[in-house]
Every structure is written in structure tokens, then in C-alpha cells.
Design a protein around this ligand. Structure first.
Ligand code: EPU
Length: 337
């Protein structure tokens, strides 16, 4: 275990935060040993994966940061056109997707290029372009932090929802995911219906793309819209897309006939927070240190020299202004630490 470690390169906003203690986990045994120590029992804990979806609101973390860095990708079974692949939590997510696509395995291609690690993907049920992690999730193995015991979670037990799972809610902070099993297919229909995928493909002469072409197109679409964390600090979508009632939606649509929207469960309507934020005048806003990305208003960015508090303040101002203009409360997707 190391002490006083700078977490700048472990959080994609790039904030200078010091951790009291820091430990890197390379396999399950490392983790179980750590759980047996007295330091572990008495200190506050933070499980860190890629650090792509967190906001440090302070510049000191008074506890133990546990960095998941266990590696390995194995085929568990391969028959009847279906493969089950197990990836360890510390594997890089976009590299894993790329590898599966290169092997001709379908099921996670629309989740290409999402920064992060495999172990964090189920925690918030990552999603993009009409696909969610849960669609190909079979089960995961996790370690209980109080006992060090292993437990397998089936898909049902994960209670997946829109950017939600049991690991963020009922069991928050109680388990660390160590590996995830995916059920992938050797042949499937590609999902091309979401947003601008089809128009992008047609423009590039690929009406009937291959799995690999779709993967590469999604990477290009994301690159064009989302800032590269290596250049500009950010945590992807900062807010969730709010879901509102039909009455409220219809009233809004009268005022703003062009409001984009997607049907949601129980007759509710999901509206893009990025659109609301843009209409409230925030797109491209910036001060010296932080701002709202000029090509996607849902992404808050850190240009350097700022702190997590600057982002917290900006996010509160945005929430307030969206609330005043549209009567809609938007809530963060990013985890505040
Ligand atoms: N829009 C605007 N202005 C903006 C941004 C968006 O008008 O500044 C409009 C777009 O024109 C479009 C709609 O809002 O009509 C939706 O935009 P987009 O397709 O870019 O997707 P999103 O709803 O903003 C969600 C996910 C992303 C995911 C994309 C693509 C959430 C919170 N975000 O964004 O996920 O990549 O769809 O599927 O659901 C992430 O979670 O970090 C993330 C990047």
C-alpha cells in the first residue's frame, strides 16, 4: 500500500487529488489479502476503475483508493454460434470491445470507444447507440468487502436500469466486481437505427456495414462529438437524460416543436439533457478552468488548473437554469466522491 498518492492520472477530469492510501489490485488474492488488513477495516474506501465517471469534489481523499488492475480475457464456452467470454475487471473496455469485434463476436459493438474498464461497465450499465451492457451480460463475479467472500451475480440480481444497477444502489460500496461474463453471438443483426449512425454510414458508402465497419463508424462518431480525455478533462455525459410525463412533454413540445424525444417505459418520455442545456444557453460556455463542451452540451470539461468544486458549482448553475427554463430537474450521471 502506498501513501499520499496523486490521483491526477486516475481521474479523467484530471484533477489534482491526493489519496491518503492507494493500492493496486492485480488479482483476486491481492484483494482478499487487503480485505484482511486492519487498515482496510478502519478506513473509508474508494473502488477505482478507469476513473472516467467520477468527480472528486475535494482535493484530498481521506481513505484507501483501490485500483482494479486485474487482467485476462478467456473464452469460457464456444458452441451453437454463441460464445461466452470472461473478462477480468481491470481490462480496458474499448480494447476489449475492439478485440471481440475483430474476432467476429456480436453484442457489444455499439459500446465501442467508451472509456473505462470492464469492471465498471455493469455498475452503471453503460449504454450508447441503442445498446446497453445488460443486453450481452451473462453474470459477474464480485468480492464482498466485509468478508472477502466471492459471489456470482446473475443478470436478474444486478437490477439493471438506465445507467443503474444494484452496485450503485442497494449494494453500493459492498462489493467489488472482479470479472464479467458476456454472452456474444457469432452472427447477429447490427443495430443501426439510433441517432445518426445510419446517415453516417450512408454518407461513407456503407449502407450494409460489416461488424468491423460499424465498430469503426461508432468510434468516428464519438470522436467527432466527445472530447478526448487525453486532451481535455471530462467524464463523458455529466447528466442523465431526464424522463418526464406525457402532459409535461406535450406542453413543452408546443413551445419547442423541435424537441428531440424518445418513448420510455410506462408512457413516459425521455428528453436529451444535452438539448435542454444547449437551449438554456450553456453550450460552449467557459471560464478559465471549466466549461460546457462546445460540440456536446451534456459534457462538462476541465481545461486545466481547476478543481472539482468548480465543476460542482457549474453543474448546479446549469441544473438551476434548466429547472427555471423548462421545469425539469436534471441529475448527475457522474458519481460525486
Ligand atoms: N443534443 C443537442 N445539443 C447538444 C447535445 C445533444 O441538441 O449539445 C441533441 C442531439 O441533437 C440529439 C439528442 O440531443 O437529438 C441526443 O444527443 P446524442 O445522440 O448526442 O446523445 P445523448 O442523449 O446526449 C446519450 C448517452 C451517451 C451516449 C449517446 C449515444 C446518456 C446520459 N448519454 O447521450 O453516453 O454515448 O447517447 O448513444 O444517456 C455517457 O454516458 O458518458 C455517454 C457519453
Amino acid at each position: 500500500m502506498k501513501s499520499n498518492v496523486n490521483l491526477r492520472s486516475y481521474n479523467s477530469f484530471g484533477f489534482n487529488v491526493t489519496a491518503k492510501h492507494f493500492v493496486e489490485i492485480k488479482d483476486t488474492a491481492d484483494l482478499q489479502n487487503l480485505i484482511g488488513t486492519t487498515d482496510f477495516k478502519k478506513e473509508k474506501r474508494l473502488i477505482l476503475s478507469g476513473g472516467n465517471n467520477i468527480l472528486f469534489t475535494d482535493d484530498y481523499f481521506d481513505g484507501i483508493v483501490i485500483l482494479m488492475n486485474n487482467k485476462g480475457i478467456d473464452t469460457i464456452s464456444d458452441n451453437d454460434g454463441k460464445v461466452i467470454v470472461r473478462a477480468q475487471a481491470g481490462e480496458d473496455w474499448p480494447a476489449f470491445v475492439k478485440l471481440m469485434v475483430s474476432q467476429g463476436y456480436y453484442g457489444i459493438e455499439n459500446l465501442a470507444h467508451i472509456p473505462g474498464k470492464v469492471g465498471a461497465a455493469p455498475v452503471q450499465n453503460i449504454g450508447a447507440y441503442g445498446m446497453e451492457l445488460k443486453d450481452s451480460f451473462l453474470q459477474c463475479e464480485a468480492i464482498e468487502l466485509d468478508t472477502g467472500d466471492k459471489r456470482v451475480f446473475t443478470k436478474e440480481e444486478c437490477h439493471f436500469g438506465y445507467r443503474q444497477s444494484v452496485f450503485k444502489n442497494e449494494l453500493k460500496g459492498q462489493y467489488i466486481i472482479v470479472s464479467v461474463d458476456f454472452q456474444l453471438a457469432k452472427q447477429d443483426k447490427l443495430k443501426l437505427d439510433y441517432g445518426n449512425i445510419k446517415s453516417y454510414l450512408v454518407e461513407h458508402g456503407m449502407e450494409h456495414p460489416t461488424l468491423q465497419q460499424l465498430h469503426d463508424a461508432i468510434c468516428a462518431i464519438r470522436d467527432a462529438k466527445l472530447p478526448d480525455v487525453r486532451r481535455i478533462g471530462n467524464a463523458g455525459s455529466f447528466f442523465k437524460n431526464p424522463v418526464i410525463g406525457t402532459g409535461q412533454f406535450e406542453a413543452l413540445q408546443k413551445l419547442y416543436p423541435d424537441i428531440p424525444h424518445y418513448p420510455d417505459a410506462d408512457g413516459m418520455v425521455k428528453v436529451p439533457a444535452g438539448w435542454l442545456i444547449e437551449k438554456a444557453g450553456w453550450k460552449g460556455w467557459r471560464d478559465e478552468h471549466v466549461g460546457v463542451y462546445e460540440r456536446q452540451a451534456l459534457v462538462l470539461v476541465h481545461y486545466g488548473g481547476g478543481t472539482g468544486r468548480d465543476v460542482v458549482e457549474l453543474s448546479q448553475k446549469i441544473q438551476q437554469s434548466v429547472k427555471e427554463k423548462f421545469g425539469i430537474q436534471i441529475s448527475p450521471e457522474v458519481n460525486f466522491i
